[in-house]
Design a protein around this ligand. Sequence first.
Ligand code: ACO
Ligand SMILES: O=CC(=O)O
Ligand code: MG
Length: 722
Amino acid sequence: MSSRVNIANLKVADCLYQFIEQQVLPDLPISSDNFWHKFSTIIKTFMPLNQQLLATRASLQQQIDQWHSEHQGNNFHFADYKQFLTDIGYLTEPVSDFTISTENVDAELAQMAGPQLVVPIMNARFALNAVNARWGSLYDALYGTDVIDETDGAEKSGTYNPVRGAKVINFARDFLDQYLPLTHGSHRQAAQYLIEEQRLIVKLSEQQQSTLQLPEQFIGYNGEQHHPQQLLFKHNGLHFELNINANSQIGQQDQAGICDILMESALTTIMDCEDSVAAVDAEDKVVAYKNWLGLNKGTLSETVTKGGHTFTRTMNQDRHYLTPDNQPLVLSGRSLMFVRNVGHLMTNNAILTADNQEVPEGILDAMVTSLIALYDVYQQNSLTNSKTGSIYIVKPKMHGPEEVAFANQLFEQVELALELPKNTIKMGIMDEERRTSVNLKNCIYQAKERVVFINTGFLDRTGDEIHTSMAAGPMARKADIKLTPWISAYEDNNVIIGLACGFSGKAQIGKGMWPIPDHMANMLSTKIAHPRSGANTAWVPSPTAATLHALHYHEIDVFARQNQLTQGQTAAQDALLTIPLAQDHHWSEEEINAELDNNAQGILGYVVRWVEQGIGCSKVPDINHIGLMEDRATLRISSQHMANWLKHNICSKEQVIASMKKMAKVVDQQNSGDADYRAMSDDFEHSIAFQAACDLIFKGEQQPSGYTEPLLHQYRLRAKAN
Ligand SMILES: CC(=O)SCCNC(=O)CCNC(=O)[C@H](O)C(C)(C)COP(=O)(O)OP(=O)(O)OC[C@H]1O[C@@H](n2cnc3c(N)ncnc32)[C@H](O)[C@@H]1OP(=O)(O)O
Ligand SMILES: O=CC(=O)O
Ligand SMILES: [Mg+2]
């Protein structure tokens, strides 16, 4: 641990203090003295309130556990259960109807519909890729993934395969026919694209030419009018760009010389300080904050070596075009950034109070990430994030209205401390805890002047579902939980309540993560459900997924869909309160072992990299060898699920240990190519990662809300000390 600086009754880790003093404050109109004193006052005010909220969580959980233990089987009556939840203050009376009044919201959130990318902020290489993922190559996304099948000679070979290329070109031509229709003929016949008298002309042959059914879709170009290099179009509020270069490898194969279609892809990106990172001390927090600073100053860069080639990755500039009547047109080259702060649970040793208590990490994040964002608010660089001067913070894992009210008050005080106009800091509310879902309208009400999204984080939400009702009985198998009634009620309610609170045109209604990063064909066929449900954004794990998911927002006009949905929908609270218990838990030994092995593999594969290498988001194969995105939320589900089956004697402790040891060997094998990897199976007793993984299960019932952070942090700190 680094030494500490005593300032304003705080003991600040030297590395954090020096970072703020030397790299953040100097170019900002706020003095060091002022900053630390105001920060200290905020900590003093909010720390006890924060602790009180956590005590309320624990008390409610204890009462719920008690109630379930007294109301098992035939003794469980839904009406009594609901009354009990009301009596203890878990369920609250909804406020009267209202609409949100958030102002100065960027168009990407309010008026546009498109993908939202999430990225671990501590990885600068990924973070840069993410901010640049506003625009993505459709050809690369198709060629490089399973969206294009490998049949009939279309394999992904080492070098460019023209047979596969032809399939990509056909897919793209169909996209153009669908969303850029011609008055007659097809883009498949297109031999040349050119501009005449401000109109797009598509030559189909020597004698035949066509034009757009909707001429206003053509909005910009670069190059010569008769030989354009880029043609810019707009459909459903999203842009795409036809790139033409007959001399390029792909353009040569195309009769119109098209070499790519650049899609407007990740409209927004969440720079994540929460579940996809492993930040356990001041040094780690500084890595995260430094990257956020670089992103706000526009100076972040990273040397990347790829395919034997080394280059420097920086943030993309804006994109410049000429309109059809030759006026300049500029579009943002970057995804609009949010920063996800941590929730209310954890503390961090980066700052201690005078009596040596660790400061809540959420308060630290609120103050420091907002301070850093002043670089964007004051527009100190040309690579602007928010054009409306707003700071976008995602606030995760809040339980119920009073926790949202707390975050709202905290943001208000941060604004005062940083001399920002009220409600500069906008809030994205993750609807990912049960007490938030069942009181969602009241939660939104508490932040009605600054809320810019509600998003269904179904992964944490599933973990909370299991933990809240831990004592009620054995849960369904993990895959079957997705089929139980609460989850569709939860997804539907989020949209219904968002629309009822006037989100359409003002804020995002968001849907959750696609957690199978390599299954893009599957994503393309299923994630259409998100815009179809009325959500104007949904999470994707990578830039490639963003480009492919963008296709869905061309297929569905989300704002028209929201207009249809606004009519007569009612929230289904009873379905939301149903518990995903197994209907019949007489599984075979084989089924039980398969469930345990699957959970064990996911837990171990994720935890070993988290604890030993500080990697907060990993792709880990499940027992069917499908790579799954694992983060702290998916870990919460798996560990809580095992803890639940243990509690209800579906399996024994010995069975779990046997499964863990068996799967540890599998995970060791999977990581055998990693020189930094320490095998767990060499010495289970002394493997910190193995012990952490076991604790997450065996102590799972006692973890606050079933969260994984306390144990992960504890073991990571131990691994770092070693
Ligand atoms: C429940 C929740 O809270 S979900 C939110 C938290 N989850 C996330 O943030 C998911 C972030 N995604 C990731 O970390 C990764 O995509 C993983 C771990 C899921 C999968 O990674 P892999 O497929 O192994 O990616 P890999 O390391 O091979 O990288 C492939 C390329 O994609 C890029 N990439 C992958 N994910 C992202 C991302 N989220 N943002 C930006 N770039 C990304 C990488 O930069 C890399 O490109 P490069 O070589 O040009 O730098
Ligand atoms: O944060 C997202 C989730 O699903 O949890
Ligand atoms: Mg979450």
